[in-house]
Ligand binder design. Structure first.
Ligand SMILES: [Zn+2]
Length: 593
């Protein structure tokens, strides 16, 4: 049904969809990148303010010139990797991009050298629009190695930390798990068996968890070796790059400071009883004495089956946004009208969902696999929030100011989910419907704010242990995980013994050069809950404020953005505002009983 509307139209991105024309453009891009290097590599470290401005504008213009062609190649492939034209163009774009990355790798290093010599450039009036872009580079300068050392790092990482990451992922995705479903023995890959964690059948959920973690625990030697090597490599690189703590690299990448993250995590630790209160309430709604770990992601037993076809989903989401703001509602509708969303389910399509902004079009493209479930409508609301972010920031910012860090990137999307929640709650006819909606809000929030915080504590404790010269074998790592987990859950949940191996499957712990990936999720969720609370207090007066935050792109730090709303994100009181909103959702849920 609605096939034509559910397939995106990528032709808007390019002059011609003829693969030969597209390949020609990729060649022009490669040639222009070389030309760009020839022109600027020798002179960049001598530029004055006007010269630097001209350089940055040329860099932005280069980004814009080929944006459509690059997007076209990547998006076409993500929608159907079995299509031969898509495969061919994807191969072509990847080969071309490696060369272009190499040719342009000098930009960051040379800009760093220039700013290290003349830090006052950051304050120069001609560079006002690039101020924060340059500030961020300046912050990285003390931690940069020489050009030769950086190249050496890239080479050794390929067979070092990246190899551990690939091993962990390959091992996990090639396991087969034996499980009996409805009297039938099945052998499922990891990606399939974890789908059973949300089954309404409690015994099946328990067995799926037991089987997965029992199997993972059997290979503890492998997981421990991988996690130890990845963490130790990080500590060594921190020393070489003169980072004061294992977290500081990620603080720079996320454009935040230690005090802010300390306040954030302190608020989480102080509020664990709120999460535990929700978990006890969920147990009650499920008719259980106490939740077990395999109930955490489970739906409530009386959740009514709600189905939405494409047009019904569109109407819900457009209305949810329109009730908030007419202009935003129109943009959301335009995303459907111009066919910028690929919702059709097909083989060869990338799993999951995402939104890619399109700077030249001042718009975005969304990929999802739409299965008519309420979760798919939420995904749509989430991704469309990212699209609104793109509509606003591409209208106000230069391309250099569109590199939004993880703490702010989820602002529009999580806010959009809350708008959908508000609409669904208003329309809910039965108390079971209301309970399902509110439990979903807290299941998600509990995961993103609290469970994820346990991962931050865990990661920190591994660096502490290595720093103290402790050898991390499988059992030692498990002990650290259980301690971190219990800080959050206390005694509110019963855990299967094998859950001590939970750290073995979280891909992120093994990701090379990507440490402490986790607290931005905590940040984003509490930040948006605080914004939503403010919206409830201020009503329509709040709307331009949210638009300003989204329109700022990465031109201002998260701290400055919050300051505009009158908040200091270094203070715990700001984060507690988000927690108050979370408490209100529990109160609403309690009232339904
Ligand atoms: Zn998102």
């Amino acid at each position: 049904m609605f096939e034509d509307e559910m397939v995106w139209d990528l032709s808007q991105l390019v002059r011609s969809t003829d693969p030969a024309v597209i390949k020609d453009e990729l060649s022009s891009r490669a040639a222009e990148a070389q030309e760009f290097r020839r022109k600027y590599h020798p002179e960049i470290t001598n530029l004055d303010a006007e010269g630097l401005k001209e350089f940055l504008e040329a860099k932005d213009a280069f980004t814009l010139r080929f944006e459509g062609v690059l997007k076209y190649c990547y998006l076409l492939y993500s929608a159907d990797s079995t299509n031969s034209v898509a495969k061919d163009l994807h191969q072509a774009v990847r080969t071309a991009e490696v060369k272009i990355d190499q040719a342009l790798a000098f930009i960051d290093i040379k800009l760093g050298e220039l700013l290290a010599r003349k830090p006052s450039l950051v304050q120069e009036p001609p560079l006002a629009e690039y101020k924060h872009f340059l500030e961020k580079i300046l912050r990285r300068v003390p931690h940069m190695l020489s050009e030769a050392e950086e190249q050496l790092t890239i080479t050794k990482d390929k067979n070092g930390v990246f190899a551990w990451q690939i091993l962990q992922s390959d091992w996990l995705t090639t396991r087969a798990f034996e499980i009996e479903i409805d009297g039938e023995k099945k052998s499922l890959p990891y990606g399939k068996i974890i789908g059973l964690y949300q089954s309404p059948n409690r015994d099946l959920r328990r067995r799926a968890n037991q089987i997965v973690y029992e199997n993972l625990g059997r290979d503890e030697i492998l997981w421990a070796s991988a996690i130890r090597a990845v963490c130790d490599d990080h500590l060594q690189m921190c020393r070489l790059r003169k980072h004061s703590t294992p977290m500081s690299q990620s603080l720079i990448a996320n454009d935040v400071d230690q005090q802010t993250i300390d306040s954030l995590l302190k608020t989480i630790t102080k509020s664990v009883d709120l999460y535990q209160r929700y978990l006890r309430l969920k147990a009650k709604l499920m008719g259980l004495e106490k939740l077990s770990n395999y109930d955490l992601a489970a739906p409530l037993p009386k959740t009514p089956e709600m189905k939405y076809n494409w047009r019904e989903a569109r109407a819900e989401v457009v209305d949810a946004y329109t009730e908030f703001d007419g202009e935003i509602g129109d943009w959301v509708d335009e995303m459907f009208e111009k066919r910028h969303i690929d919702g059709e389910v097909r083989t060869g399509k990338e799993s999951g969902a995402w939104c890619a902004s399109w700077i030249n079009g001042k718009s975005a493209y969304i990929l999802q696999s739409f299965n008519e479930k309420i979760g798919d409508v939420y995904t749509q609301a989430h991704e469309l929030g990212h699209a609104i972010h793109a509509y606003l920031d591409t209208r106000s910012q230069k391309p250099s100011n569109l590199q939004i860090g993880s703490c702010i990137a989820e602002t529009g999307s999580v806010f959009g989910e809350l708008l959908l929640t508000e609409r669904l709650l208003k329309k809910a006819k039965t108390k079971e419907e209301k309970q399902a909606i509110l439990a979903n809000v807290w299941d998600e929030f509990g995961m993103a704010a609290f469970q994820v915080s346990a991962r931050v504590f865990f990661e920190q404790s591994m660096y502490d242990a290595i720093g103290q010269g402790k050898f991390l074998d499988g059992e030692n790592v498990s002990q650290l995980w259980v301690e971190a987990r219990n800080k959050i859950y206390g005694t509110s949940v019963d855990w299967l013994d094998v859950m001590k191996w939970e750290w073995t499957m979280k891909v992120h712990y093994y990701m090379a050069n990507y440490r402490f990936y986790n607290y931005p999720y905590v940040y984003a969720n509490l930040f948006v809950f605080a914004l939503y609370k403010l919206y409830k207090e201020e009503g329509k007066a709040f709307i331009p404020k949210l638009k300003r935050i989204l329109a700022a792109g990465s031109s201002r730090s998260p701290r400055d953005l919050a300051a505009e709303l009158g908040f200091d994100i270094r203070e715990a009181s700001f984060w507690e505002k988000g927690m108050e909103q979370a408490r209100e959702f529990i109160d609403m849920l309690e009232e339904t009983i």
